[in-house]
Design a protein around this ligand. Structure first.
Ligand code: AHG
Ligand code: MN
Ligand code: MN
Ligand code: MN
Length: 323
């Protein structure tokens, strides 16, 4: 089986990006060890600090953020970084060619119940000149690489450098990420959806009607039954969609009018959207293709509807968009 380095070489990925992706892969191996030690290492539970999103940080949110920050700072290919757990963008190396946006621990509410968590990352080209927040505000279409690492029963990485989506599995013996699927393809049709149903009464009309029709099953307009799955970690839900199809949505809601969206564009929606598109799926807000959004702030949030192409199209038709 090919290693990650061999696969990137076969894809003719340039040396600086290869080095950066290997840095991310190596850090994720160390994060995997920290996550696996759990209570034995005293890493579970919360801190008394809040991040810029107003969320109480878990100890592992802070630990994994520091691990990524340290290794990326030591990688000369990195110009700057932005993280869910950093209020502001961080300047790294003046000569670095790339910007890295990351969610160091996705699904952190799962950590204390020993359930699925992961790391999500997005790599953008670094523009010339001074580094500031503006340098990062590039549409997702500009990403040169995107991926996530899932700390599940096995540690897996999903990665795209724009040449399809690949899965790698961490070999516990050699500690190498080995290529286990070179051409991930999302089935265009599905009978499975993932959404936090407890927010139902707060959704907009189009998504209310769409989900109601799924729930009607064979007696509704869809004339088929749909099953629901919800891991409460975007990495886990998107991984299932990549493996066997499905539609994942975190739509607009009016639970808190100041926070109509949950997921973050730069380090959650954009990298997942690229992985999904590269696997033949679609990713939208309901009104706009995620990868075409012009970002306005590093921590901005968006509505997300992604997965099996035909099912996303059906959902979009409820939003008055015909495909
Ligand atoms: P994070 O742990 O990085 O803050 O992200 C959590 C996100 C995402 O992974 C998941 O889809 C969503 O929050 C679940 O949130 P709710 O349980 O509030 O619906
Ligand atoms: Mn968080
Ligand atoms: Mn997250
Ligand atoms: Mn997180």
């Amino acid at each position: 089986m090919q290693t990650l380095a061999q696969t990137l070489s076969a894809q003719a990925v340039n040396i600086s990006l290869t080095q950066l992706l290997l840095t991310l892969a190596d850090t994720s191996k160390a994060i995997s060890v920290a996550v696996r030690h759990g209570a034995l290492a005293g890493v579970l539970g919360a801190t008394d600090q809040e991040n810029v999103q107003g969320e109480t940080q878990k100890k592992l949110d802070v630990i994994t953020n520091d691990m990524l920050k340290d290794t990326l700072k030591a990688d000369g290919n990195v110009r700057g970084l932005a993280s869910e757990e950093e209020d502001y963008v961080v300047e790294v190396n003046a000569k670095g060619e790339y910007l890295v946006c990351f969610d160091p621990l996705d699904g952190s509410s799962n950590i204390d119940i020993n359930s699925l968590v992961g790391t999500i990352f997005s790599v953008l080209p670094a523009p010339a000149g001074e580094l500031n927040e503006q340098s990062f505000l590039q549409a997702g279409r500009k990403q040169v690489a995107a991926g996530y690492v899932l700390y599940g029963p096995s540690t897996m990485m999903a990665l795209t450098t724009g040449k399809g989506t690949q899965f790698y599995t961490l070999d516990p013996n050699s500690q190498e990420f080995l290529l286990t699927d070179n051409n991930v393809q999302i089935t265009p049709d599905t009978a499975e959806f993932a959404i936090n149903m407890s927010n139902q009464r707060f959704w907009e009309a189009p998504i209310q009607t769409y989900i109601a029709d799924l729930l009607l099953g064979t007696i509704g307009p869809r004339e088929q039954s749909f099953n629901m799955r919800w891991i409460a970690a975007m990495v886990g839900d998107v991984h299932r969609v990549l493996c066997r199809g499905g539609i994942f949505a975190y739509p607009t809601d009016n639970k808190n009018p100041e926070k109509p969206f949950k997921l973050r564009l730069m380090y959650e929606a954009n990298p997942m959207a690229l992985l999904v598109e590269q696997a033949g799926g679609k990713a939208s807000t309901g009104y706009e293709t995620i990868l075409d959004i012009q970002p306005t702030a590093i921590h901005q949030r968006v509505a997300v509807i992604l997965g099996s192409a035909n099912e996303v199209d059906t959902c979009l038709s409820y939003h008055g968009i015909d495909y």
